[in-house]
Ligand binder design. Structure first.
Ligand code: TEU
Ligand code: CA
Length: 555
């Protein structure tokens, strides 16, 4: 039984930092590595043990660092290699672990490999990327990019097209070429030898392309059909297993693959005790619950669907791997606004989701600012957005004759920039993020929501996170115990048990603004351990208030 094998990474949680938006140390308006180094005490106080940094490598920033032009150097905006070494040394002193974000499906078009590759058909780097002839003056096939428009770009010097599943400044690397794989393994060794503790692999399911690059049948579910074409290609398993054999097995490190397009039936491609690849994947299923499958527009969140996803993954991974769980990251709107309530119930809702994150059988991923209950930022004009995805969508909206109002209504719900607005430190100018002009607007609610205020208030969301972090650490049952969903169909209550030998916990979450009742079994004896409301009344009171969360021990 895999759950009996204990490892450090099953017991930790991952705190994600988006360096551009965390803390600016030099007044240029952009967060940086020194800003992170200066903030380590804040993170330690919260109970953080493991940090994942979104990409910090040299990049022209077409997609904020997810377009890398040198995998072994630091982005100028973020500092120097010396700043990195200092940051890592300080982390080690404080017993913090560091996970880097490797973007290996594509590089930047400004990476020297691509600069060479695009210069002529017989360049030695040509096969580092994916090229194809056009069809009668059109792109080679009907593949579209995740960021809108054809996934092919014409290159005049070679008179053919290169593939880019993201922007045209993010050409896809050709993993079929063993030289490419060796270069990337060398990058991994470079960082592991410096002492980093693991990697998050960006869009790893996309690295192996379907043979012959056939057209997509978009049909009624265009987004899903597109993902099915791009993800889990024929050699993905071979590639991740090779990566493990060549590099990962030689280090004590943790890996998580960003699992776009990985559904439970695909998990075995990445996780396999007999022939290991990655330790975990970070699946996307629940990011689609509140999105229309056809248009991808926001729809009502449906709790039984979330439960089904959690149950399916739990069953799938039993014995073959380990789970992760998140509700937000740098690509998603703020979780409290999206799944909960960012008005009168903002604090209890944020605490409820913290309870969910830290009591499931999965490594919790917390995105910076979620410990403050940070909410979506109101955007009033299309040019307030920075994200390349939002900017591309604007061009498409305009070309279809839609209004700015329609665009703003949509982006105010789904934009990735909600997560990317600066971290709210205090009530000083720009929420204490920078002394200069911030690269992206600051959420105006920083006078109410900020780290300084939260740390001073013992009932804040911040203190609740601190408590939940500690609580999980102290209870093996929360890390290793079995998960059992009690009522999979209830539309608003999520009730589940965790059990490990004689340790048993019952978690009750009211994921709604309504009042609900729940009956505890009279034959058992329950002790309330955690609640997100101050007044709990009788410890076995069975009326749950809006967004109320409770954790009981029972015998
Ligand atoms: O994201 C992968 C991904 O699929 C997202 O781009 C997703 O389609 C989009 O956010 C939905 O709104 C990873 C990174 O997390 C993201 O920041 C990068 O832009 C992308 O890969 C390309 O590297
Ligand atoms: Ca800076």
């Amino acid at each position: 039984m895999s759950h009996l094998i204990k490892t450090w990474w099953k017991e930790t949680f991952i705190y994600q930092i988006y360096p551009r938006s965390f803390k600016d140390s030099n007044g240029d308006g952009i967060g940086d590595l020194r800003g992170i180094t200066q903030s380590l005490d804040y993170l330690k106080n919260l109970g953080v043990e493991t940090l994942w940094l979104s990409p910090i490598y040299k990049s022209p920033n077409d997609d904020n660092g997810y377009d890398v032009s040198d995998y072994c150097d630091i982005m100028e905006d973020f500092g120097t290699m010396a700043d990195f070494e200092e940051m890592l040394a300080e982390m080690k002193k404080k017993d913090l672990k560091l996970i880097l974000d490797l973007v290996f499906n594509h590089s930047s078009d400004e990476h020297p490999w691509f600069v060479e590759a695009r210069s002529s058909r017989n360049n030695r780097y040509r096969d580092y990327y994916i090229w194809s002839e056009g069809k009668d003056g059109n792109p080679p096939n009907n593949w579209v990019s995740f960021f809108e428009g054809s996934a092919w770009e014409y290159n005049p010097a070679t008179e053919d097209y290169y593939l880019h599943l993201f922007t045209k400044k993010q050409p896809d690397l050709n993993w079929e070429n063993p030289k490419v794989r060796q270069e990337l393994y060398q990058v991994m060794r470079f960082w592991l030898d410096k002492g980093v503790n693991g990697f998050r692999f960006d869009v790893i399911p996309l690295i192996s392309k379907k043979a012959g690059l056939p057209d997509i049948e978009y049909g009624d579910l265009p987004f899903l059909n597109m993902i099915k074409m791009y993800a889990n290609g024929p050699k993905v398993q071979e590639f991740v297993q090779e990566m493990h054999k060549e590099v990962l097995q030689h280090y004590d490190c943790y890996t998580v693959g960003e699992g776009i397009g990985v559904f439970p039936e695909d998990a075995h491609l990445y996780m396999n005790p007999e022939n290991p690849g990655l330790d975990t994947v970070y699946y996307f299923d629940h990011m689609f619950i509140d999105r229309d499958p056809l248009t991808f527009l926001p729809t009502q969140f449906h709790l039984p669907t979330l439960k089904k996803i959690l149950n399916d993954w739990d069953k799938t991974l039993d014995g073959i791997g380990w789970n992760t769980f998140y509700l937000g990251n740098h690509d998603q709107p703020r979780l409290v606004s999206r799944f909960g309530n960012d008005k009168e119930y903002r604090e209890v809702a944020a605490k409820l989701f913290a309870t969910l994150l830290f009591t499931l059988k999965a490594i919790p991923f917390v995105y910076q600012g979620d410990e403050l209950g940070m909410s979506n930022t109101p955007f009033y004009s299309p040019d307030e957005f920075n994200d390349v995805q939002a900017r591309n969508q604007y061009a498409i909206f305009k070309s279809k004759g839609s209004t700015d109002e329609d665009y703003l209504r949509l982006q105010n719900q789904i934009s990735r920039d909600h997560a990317r607005t600066p971290f709210l430190w205090n009530t000083q100018a720009n929420a204490g993020f920078t002394q200069g002009k911030p690269w992206l607007k600051v959420n105006p609610n920083y006078t109410e929501i900020n780290a300084q205020k939260a740390q001073a208030d013992p009932n804040s969301v911040w203190h609740y996170y601190q408590k939940m972090i500690q609580f999980r650490k102290e209870n093996d049952v929360l890390m290793y115990g079995d998960f059992k969903d009690i009522d999979s169909q209830h539309p608003q209550l999520f009730v589940y048990e965790r059990s490990l030998e004689d340790q048993k916990m019952l978690i009750i979450l009211n994921i709604s603004a309504e009042i609900h009742s729940f009956t505890l079994k009279p034959e058992n004896n329950y002790t309330l351990l955690i609640s997100n409301y101050l007044e709990v009344g009788e410890s076995n009171a069975q009326t749950l208030r809006p967004y109320e969360a409770r954790v009981y021990r029972w015998v």
